[in-house]
Design a protein around this ligand. Structure first.
Ligand SMILES: NC(=O)C1=CN([C@@H]2O[C@H](COP(=O)(O)OP(=O)(O)OC[C@H]3O[C@@H](n4cnc5c(N)ncnc54)[C@H](O)[C@@H]3O)[C@@H](O)[C@H]2O)C=CC1
Ligand SMILES: O=C(O)C1=N[C@H](C(=O)O)C[C@H](O)C1
Length: 256
């Protein structure tokens, strides 16, 4: 929903020189109800955003910087929309505590993926997980990506594992006795996750579920970074209305 409040929201962007950050700047500039505020990149001080007129900041930086950025944004009194990967239960917990101590009703959204197809794929995977003996995740990305597996794949695997545990499922069948290191991928909460890096790709994920004689494949493809922009803008408009920490864009959507 566009922001119809009297004053347009001013949006600061962290990681503004990057692939996602520059795309976000362009999307904000093209949104009639939003104003593009300060564009920060490496070396810039987040504290300068206090009093800059920006009320929301969007962070697409690097896993090693994003947590410090979010704490600095809270201190500066800004709501935050974060797409950067690398979050753990511990770092999320620290943000939750900081927001509670701050007490100003600021909102922070941390989402592993803003593309609607990916948000739905994660939701469908969580729903399907209880019905299948086997589940594995394959993520496929551009070769400039610095982290593996992707944040989306980790989030997907954790959701699958939680649904399997709730349903009382045993570990998936796997007779592997010998293998080269890495051949079976990374293991996230008991779910195998495989990462492909290939020139020409942007962001893709397949979730494979298997039962005797049948397979379900859930696949999401982002062919362009524009696919993330409707979700990012939706989040930037909505975050002031959602105090506290929300993890995942589905927290702002009515997916039933
Ligand atoms: N949630 C989502 O929908 C999506 C998330 N991502 C994630 O967003 C992050 C960024 O991805 P890309 O834009 O492809 O990376 P990129 O490498 O193109 O851009 C990162 C930018 O952050 C800057 N930067 C590094 N440290 C900084 C700091 N301390 N303060 C401010 N800026 C800093 C870099 O100079 C660079 O300009 C990654 O973690 C990626 O996985 C990417 C696409 C979609
Ligand atoms: O680095 C990327 O490009 C992406 N990163 C996010 C992730 O790690 O899940 C989201 C999307 O897959 C693109």
């Amino acid at each position: 929903m566009p922001n119809t409040a009297a004053a347009p929201l001013t949006i600061a962007v962290l990681g503004a020189a990057g692939r996602m950050g520059s795309t976000v700047c362009e999307a904000v500039e093209n949104a009639a109800d939003l104003v593009l505020g300060p564009r920060l990149d490496v070396g810039d001080d987040v504290a300068t955003l206090a009093g800059s007129g920006a009320s929301v900041a969007v962070d697409f930086t690097v896993p090693s910087a994003t947590e410090a950025n979010v704490h600095a944004l809270i201190d500066a009194g800004l709501h935050a929309v974060v797409g950067t990967t690398g979050w753990t239960e511990e770092s999320l917990g620290r943000v939750r505590s900081h927001l509670a101590e701050d007490g100003r009703g600021l909102g922070v959204l941390i989402a592993p993926n803003f593309a609607l197809s990916a948000v739905l794929a994660m939701r469908f995977a969580a729903q399907a997980a209880r019905y299948f003996e086997s589940a594995e995740v394959i993520e496929l990305h551009h070769p400039n990506k610095v982290d593996a597996p992707s944040g989306t794949a980790v989030h997907t695997a954790r959701a699958i594992a939680a649904a399997r545990a709730e349903a009382g499922l045993a570990a998936g069948p796997d007779a592997t006795e010998t293998s080269l290191d890495g051949a079976r991928g990374a293991v996230v909460d008991g779910v195998h996750v495989h990462a492909v890096r290939l020139r020409g790709l942007v962001a893709h994920e397949e979730v494979l579920f298997g039962n005797p004689g049948e397979q379900l494949t859930i696949r999401t493809d982002s062919f362009e970074r524009s696919s993330f922009m409707p979700g990012v803008l939706l989040a930037a408009r909505a975050v002031p209305e959602h105090p506290g920490l929300t993890v995942g864009l589905d927290g702002y959507l009515d997916l039933g």
